[in-house]
Design a protein around this ligand. Structure first.
Ligand code: FAD
Length: 294
């Protein structure tokens, strides 16, 4: 199917993109196009105009300082996977990027487009929720909200294909707290065999001191509209020595954290995904503590 007709505009700066969003009501920003173009072709989205932000250099690139990894919204999955800085500061981010789709998707798709699209089967929402990432947003400003604001992952993902992004706002960057040497992080997913989208995904960040878990941040996604923090699993891990038994017992509690909005489809039912949530949570934890390997 062909997309409905639309006008095409190219923005050369974030300020210009914001101005164009105000000028062309109904317009959509175009980044890598790997989620938006399928939506246009299926006529699930019919914007009257596209504003191409693909050439805006201020939205690209990766910087690492003492405590934070800042990833420009327009940075591709492939650039993230290949970044030595990210591998050194937060390996799980590079590994998650490497597991997205195929080379074409990784070379065109951007982290910003991925999170704004907020597909429940995407990997970044789950990984960035466990990492407590922050989302830097720029907009026109005004009475209701500031021109630049930062939103925590737990507030950014609002629901199925829904984020906290307001009208005429652009996501400019994602800030990921750098992992400390006593923190272990992993992401595990049951990938759809055709697209590699997550049927179920689990991301874990655990802090270990004197051989015991002192903090845990665990998010699961793929079977719920937006990622959920698995607080039952987190509480069960804290204070424990991490081994195969304690990890299994904690991961089995994940079902307690899944809301009533479990989703299924013809590929995997909601009940199956619920069962797999425990498996992938355990899988990620076992990787994190070195009892399983990629
Ligand atoms: C075959 C296939 C397999 C895939 N497999 C996976 C997978 O395994 N895991 C996974 O996570 N994803 C997967 N994806 C999705 C892929 O990662 C997409 O590239 C990504 O979701 C969208 O990024 P994009 O840059 O292409 O965004 P676009 O398609 O250009 O935009 C998506 C949406 O975000 C908005 N947008 C884009 N950038 C911004 C911004 N900076 N500020 C505000 N709004 C913005 C657009 O207006 C649009 O609504 C797959 C896609 C395909 C086609």
């Amino acid at each position: 199917m062909y997309a409905a007709e639309f006008d095409y505009h190219k923005a050369s700066s974030v300020a210009e993109a914001i101005q164009m969003l105000g000028q062309y009501p109904d317009a959509k920003l175009l980044a890598g196009g790997h989620s938006l173009l399928p939506m246009l072709k299926m006529r699930l989205a019919n914007p009257t105009a596209l504003i191409d932000i693909g050439g805006i250099s201020e939205l690209k690139g990766i910087t690492v300082n003492d405590g934070t990894v800042t990833i420009g919204a327009l940075t591709t999955h492939q650039e993230i996977a290949a970044s030595q800085d990210i591998q050194n500061a937060c390996m799980v981010v590079a590994e998650a990027a490497e597991g997205i789709g195929d080379p074409q998707v990784r070379n065109r798709g951007t982290i910003g487009g991925n999170v704004v699209h907020s597909d429940p089967a995407s990997d970044w929402p789950t990984v960035l929720t466990a990492l407590n990432a922050r989302f830097v947003i720029q907009g026109p400003g005004g009475i209701t909200h500031r021109a630049t604001r930062t939103v925590n992952a737990s507030d950014f993902f609002k629901g199925l294909f829904e984020t906290d992004l307001k009208e005429n706002e652009v996501l400019t960057a994602i800030e990921v707290p750098r992992l400390n040497s006593n923190q272990l992080a992993e992401y595990a997913k049951m990938a759809h065999p055709a697209s590699f989208y997550a049927v179920v995904g689990a991301s874990v960040v655990i802090t270990v001191e004197n051989d015991r878990c002192t903090a845990a941040s665990i998010a699961v996604g793929g079977m719920v509209p937006n990622p959920i923090r698995a607080s039952s699993v987190e509480s069960a891990l804290v204070g424990q020595q991490l081994n195969a038994e304690s990890v299994r017992a904690a991961a089995d509690l994940v079902a307690n954290d899944l809301s009533g909005s479990l989703m299924g489809d013809f590929y995997a039912s909601a009940d199956y995904r619920k069962a797999m949530a425990a498996v992938e949570t355990r899988h990620a934890l076992m990787h994190a503590i070195g009892l399983a390997h990629h």
